[in-house]
Design a protein around this ligand. Structure first.
Ligand SMILES: [Fe+2]
Length: 512
């Protein structure tokens, strides 16, 4: 790798540049600590694998990072979770999120959930008191083969066939998702306790793919092991680029760090931004009718009205988000109170599994009104319960089991963003980092009494989030989205000409 980089960079004619190599987990650690709001913090990185480390515990202080403990390949919590992702018929490296979303449909009272948890502990893993663990490699294939696990051995262990991708998801796989989610949470909690003891720090920062498990994060926060937790929004390997750059700046160059009490990620709106000309180029190319608003207040008021009518609206403003979540720069939004909104977005717009829940974007000022969360969650990395006052009272004769028949979802006043276990994956929106999105939700709140919207990433299943105005218009036209807002321009689906992709459209779309 070093030789290849040197050769390619030398071709640029600048002589032989100096290459710094921050290790994979140091990059994760740097991406978590340096932009965090803490002067000092415990650092926990957990992923599949990078070089040889799979989990590290460290301490950040000022501009320094010290790694205190490392767990090495093939023993890996991330790869364990990925093996279950594969067994349940989802794609490794992207389907982990689906497995987490499926877990609340599992029945915690079911005997097999307990049996499977025991089987995991008895046969698959040996977890130590400090949260480190050994995997029984007789069951796993990733170290030497091309698959995650030895399927026949797993099928025998769990007495369940591996699920075929895209087939119907039976209750058994929901229960399995719950079993591995609970095991994962327990290990994360123990690792966090070890980090607390080793560092003596009262705050924690996290990165690595496992830090995207927002269900575990929310529970860890509520356990109170740490006073506060900050997670790098690009916690997966994409965030390694930022971490490597920050490690270079603070560790190798020794530059001081300035701590921003709200964090230094600028809302994670670090991607490309486009201008009016780029939007007008799309308009001209497709002869697309539009309404342009010179007054943003009028735009937000009209869009808020459209939301209450049950429309799904593409919302494209400013810089694109850095990291896996859409945070109101490239989002599809809707009214969370609408009973059909979840189904509409899943089936008609995102073309994905109907069970997958959506996240709310709530004005920071309104979090406590809607959720049991006492602090901001700007990056959709914390799951918390929907507030009791937003739920209709329990019907008479209520029993625990009814919960699994989606009772809570029907009870919630915001069903489109309430998961089956009455939880929500919260994004709080501030005026400071995204004034236009905040203004829209504020208008929705003032005019229609709802300080939150449904927010899902602006893309269809299997495709990346849209980046350019062209991408956004194409995605708008290829789905049943009702309206598209590009900056100050609003497009109505029923007014648009018939859609055809044309040839080589990517080449023809130049950027300013
Ligand atoms: Fe990683």
């Amino acid at each position: 790798m070093r030789k290849m980089l040197n050769e390619d960079l030398a071709r640029l004619g600048e002589g032989k540049p100096k290459i710094l190599f921050p290790e994979h987990h140091l990059s994760h650690a740097a991406s978590a600590f340096y932009p965090s709001p803490f002067e000092e913090a415990a650092i926990l990185t957990v992923d599949g694998v990078g070089e040889w480390a799979t989990t590290t515990i460290g301490k950040g202080s000022g501009k320094d990072i010290t790694i205190l403990k490392e767990l090495h390949f093939p023993h890996s919590l991330g790869l364990l979770y990925s093996a279950f992702t594969a067994f349940c018929g989802f794609r490794v490296n992207s389907g982990e999120y689906k497995l987490m979303g499926l877990a609340p449909y599992g029945n915690p009272e079911a005997e097999r959930v307990q049996q499977w948890k025991k089987a995991i502990h008895d046969e698959l893993i040996d977890v130590r008191d400090d949260g480190s663990m050994l995997l029984n490699m007789e069951y796993f294939n990733y170290a030497t083969g091309l698959t995650m696990c030895h399927f026949p051995k797993w099928e025998k262990l769990f007495n369940l066939p591996a699920r075929q991708p895209e087939s119907d998801i039976s209750q058994a796989y929901m229960d399995m998702a719950l079993a591995i989610q609970q095991v994962t949470e327990e290990i994360v909690f123990t690792l966090a306790e070890t980090a607390r003891e080793l560092t003596g720090c009262e705050n924690l920062v996290m990165a690595g793919g496992v830090a995207l498990n927002c269900v575990a994060n929310g529970k860890l926060l509520r356990r109170g092991t740490f006073k506060d937790i900050w997670i790098q929004p690009a916690a997966g390997d994409a965030g390694g680029a930022l971490g490597a750059a920050l490690a270079g700046r603070h560790i190798w160059l020794g530059q001081d760090r300035t701590v921003d009490p709200a964090d230094s990620m600028r809302g994670s709106y670090l991607g490309p931004e486009f201008h009016e000309n780029d939007i007008l180029r799309v308009v001209r190319r497709f002869g697309a009718p539009f309404t342009k608003y010179d007054d943003f207040g009028t735009l937000t008021s009209n869009v808020a009205n459209l939301l209450t009518e049950g429309n799904a609206i593409g919302w494209f403003q400013g810089r694109m988000e850095y990291g896996p979540r859409a945070l109101g720069g490239r989002s599809i939004i809707g009214d969370p109170r609408h009973p059909e909104m979840q189904k509409k977005l899943n089936l008609k717009i995102k073309y994905r599994e109907g069970f997958r829940p959506f996240a709310p974007s709530v004005m920071e000022e309104e979090i406590g009104t809607w959720f049991d969360l006492d602090r901001p969650s700007p990056y959709m990395l914390m799951v918390a319960p929907v507030a009791d006052k937003q739920c209709k009272p329990l019907p008479e004769g209520y029993n625990e089991m009814e919960m699994y028949e989606r009772l809570y979802v029907q009870r919630s006043s915001i069903p489109a963003v309430t998961h089956v276990d009455n939880s929500a994956r919260i994004q709080s929106v501030t005026k400071r980092t995204n004034p236009r999105y905040w203004k829209l939700i504020d208008t929705f709140n003032r005019e229609h009494g709802c300080g939150l919207v449904v927010n899902t990433s602006f893309n269809v299943r299997g495709e990346p989030i849209v980046c350019t105005p062209y991408d956004a218009y194409a995605c708008f036209m290829r789905t049943e989205m009702d309206y598209l807002v590009l900056g100050d321009y609003v497009f109505t689906k029923t007014e648009q000409p018939e859609w055809s992709e044309g040839e080589n459209w990517i080449d023809q779309f130049e950027l300013d």
